[in-house]
Design a binder for this molecule. Structure first.
Ligand code: SF4
Length: 469
């Protein structure tokens, strides 16, 4: 009896869940060798991000470019289909990627789902150990948000919500601004979106995490710096930019998207912040896909979690990745987390010295103890990271994927590069019908068109209620 109790306690406070450890090891093994570097997070700290597919393909705005396939808008939004598919897909991700991960509720436009269906999808994702983020164009009002976040009797349904709001001048059809001529015209909409969540938190105690997404083409890259400057004070915790790729509906491709590189875009983001944003010491998958700078906004000063060129910070990074990779910081109840961390510290006691050193350096960068405490008490301290995610063109992904499935390494450099990137993909989607996990690039470039043609038959827009005869 006592030994069973001890075993249970040991398992409950084990720093890393066994399935997470296995999922991490599998991801690390699958990474190309040149990406198995000290700064790599995939396979050491994280199992990767996840997203839903085919659960609600339709959208009511039009973008140029649009990543949805030509048939997406001919598929009906159907709550029962969404609930079932989300549950099945999350079940597979839970089995393959372990008990904890971040997952995006994505497809077409999430706010076209009835609030009850949207809520049910989020609850299902949580049941499978996924921390969900709803992807939206942000063109909905606070009534929708309230109906999602609260039960019909007004009590809280969710303690926390995560949303990514997509705002850029390439989108058409937003209420109040159907044809934006510049990025700055969208600022009131970006601000209003963040305010809805602030109000919800103030009135009902629903905590939130907000990301701001923007697609970038040669048309609007010159406005990125101004967007960064304007959006940082609005309350978002992530500013994410996607250079446009040739994916989805070819009728919506109108420019030479390839002119926008990650380096060009990063330069503009740094210009908007007025200083460099260090990214070199942490990598997530392949650097041709992702670039991220993690940091904190303390008052109006942004500080990176790892300062460029700091060997002390690099040492701290190595300790965190080597000793704490896979620890479930976000979802473990505080007391259990403290015991877990205590168990790691017992094995590596000098980590404490390293942690104190890192905190001291971070406080110094933020402007001193007083400034940090003032920002904390005034609720002006929050995480703020900058992300560029560069999807690949369908023309490269399709042949790369076909060869990969046949076990063949491509010879053509562009296709080979696509294969390397797919092998290190950080953003997966699940196919319960085959048991496969596929990179989002493959989903959008290869699978979506056929799949949406099928969904069009399954979920037609016009449901016949009586025989045509
Ligand atoms: S979805 Fe595509 S661009 Fe994104 S990480 Fe995967 S392979 Fe790279």
């Amino acid at each position: 009896m006592l030994s069973r109790w001890r075993r249970r306690l040991e398992q409950a406070t084990r720093p890393v869940h066994d399935e997470t450890r296995m999922a991490l090891a599998e991801r690390w093994r699958a990474l190309p060798q040149r990406l198995q570097t000290p700064e790599q997070l995939l396979g050491r700290f994280a199992v990767g991000c996840e997203g839903t597919q085919g659960v609600f393909p339709r959208c009511n705005l039009t973008c140029s470019p649009c990543y949805h396939s030509a048939d997406a808008n001919k598929v009906r939004v159907d709550g029962a289909h969404t609930r079932q598919q989300v549950d099945d897909q999350m079940g597979l991700l839970r089995a393959r990627r372990g008990p904890r991960a971040h997952a995006q509720l994505i497809g077409g436009e999430v706010s076209l789902l009835a609030p009850e269906d949207h809520a049910a999808a989020l609850e299902s994702m949580r049941r499978h150990g996924r921390e969900p983020m709803s992807m939206t164009h942000g063109d909905f009002d606070s009534n929708y948000l309230h109906r999602l976040a609260l039960h019909p009797d007004g009590s809280r349904r969710f303690g926390r919500l995560s949303f990514a709001g997509h705002f850029d001048s390439l989108m058409r059809g937003r209420r109040g601004l159907p044809r934006p001529r510049s990025e700055s015209e969208l600022n009131p909409f970006r601000r209003r979106f963040a305010e809805m969540f602030r109000e919800l938190a103030g009135e009902h105690g629903v905590d939130y995490f907000l990301a701001h997404n923007m697609t970038v083409t040669p048309h609007n890259i010159g406005q990125v710096a101004a967007v960064v400057h304007d959006v940082v004070p609005m309350g978002y915790s992530m500013l994410s930019f996607q250079p446009a790729a040739y994916v989805g509906d070819g009728r919506r491709w109108s420019q030479d998207f390839r002119e926008v590189t990650i380096n060009d875009l990063w330069e503009q983001i740094e210009k908007g912040m007025g200083h460099p944003l260090p990214w070199q010491d942490l990598a997530f998958g392949d650097p041709r896909c992702n670039r991220t700078s993690w940091g904190l906004l303390v008052g109006d000063r942004w500080i990176p979690i790892l300062e460029a060129g700091s060997t002390s910070d690099r040492r701290a990074r190595d300790r965190v990745l080597n000793h704490y990779g896979g620890v479930d910081f976000g979802w473990t109840p505080r007391p259990a987390l403290l015991v877990k961390l205590g168990r790691v510290l017992a094995r590596h006691p000098t980590d404490m010295v390293c942690a104190v050193g890192w905190v001291a350096r971070a406080v110094r960068r933020a402007g001193g103890v007083r400034r940090v405490l003032t920002s904390l008490t005034r609720r002006r301290l929050r995480p703020l990271s900058f992300v560029v995610h560069a999807f690949m063109d369908a023309d490269d992904v399709a042949p790369a994927w076909e060869l990969m499935r046949a076990g063949v390494t491509a010879k053509e450099p562009r296709v080979l590069a696509a294969q390397e990137r797919l092998a290190a993909c950080t953003y997966s989607m699940a196919h319960p019908e085959t048991g496969e996990l596929v990179p989002a690039c493959v989903q959008h470039s290869v699978l979506d068109p056929t799949q949406n043609r099928g969904l069009r038959q399954l979920l037609p827009l016009n449901v016949l209620t009586r025989s045509p005869s």
